[in-house]
Design a protein. Sequence first.
Length: 254
Amino acid sequence: MFMKGKKGVILGVANDKSIAYGIAKACAAQGAQIAFTYLNDSLKKRVVPIATEFGSENLVYPCDVSNPEEIKALKESLEKDLGQIDFIVHSIAFAPKEGLSGRFYDISKEAFDIAMDISVYSLIEITRELKPLLSNNSSILTLSYYGGVKYIPNYNLMGVAKAALEMTTKYLAEDLGRDGIRVNAISAGPIKTLAAAGISDFRFMLKWNEAHSPLKKNVTIDEVGNSGMYLLSDLSSAVTGEIHYVDSGFNIMG
Ligand code: 0WD
């Protein structure tokens, strides 16, 4: 029971295919108490049954991270219902469709700002707003992708956002280390989820990864979940600012 006695919040469950769901499953199996958020009413219908599955039916809150008021309200609700927390999972990203295909130089400033706001700045804002609730032995986890390090076809604007997210992880790790708060990212291999459906030719990415990774297979949300549990638990008490690849080893290939 590596998460026994630990309480936390997971943002970014859209359905039971979400990476955040895999992380919730692994943390719950190790004894964590988990609060969940949902983006909007149509996703609420999917998130409530998932929260119920983990005994968290009274710990489900709205949070559209593009709305600072909803982040502030989340802090109030968590404080009331959980008091102190020990972990935060930020499994959220969004880029307008125009940023995920076509010529890169055509991206509008509006699309760029939206992608950076929701996929990157939200990690900073959530961390700042929830920091008063974080224990001095806590862990924050976000999700990245290799397209933030190397060119990946069609990943375009999200690649730039992931590069910014990875550096945000490192600067936050330095800043919060003095408070006993660790900040890490998992760079996951491609997985068929709702968010992935927005990326043109995603099936090709899956096939390419499978064929060219050392393990010759794609990763599952359970595998990402297990690694996430490790980074959120005291098993990784000396690990911070890390971008941990859970990608069947794809990133080492030349
Ligand atoms: O191949 C993949 N699926 C990979 C995903 C490989 C490597 C990394 N990732 C990352 C994603 O970029 C993202 O950061 O993992 C994270 C989770 O993505 P996911 O599990 O693949 O996708 P999904 O199940 O769709 O969850 C992402 C959720 C949103 O779902 P939709 O599909 O409705 O956009 O992020 C949430 C939303 O629930 N989200 C928001 N939450 C709060 N406020 C917002 C927002 N404004 N926008 C999106």
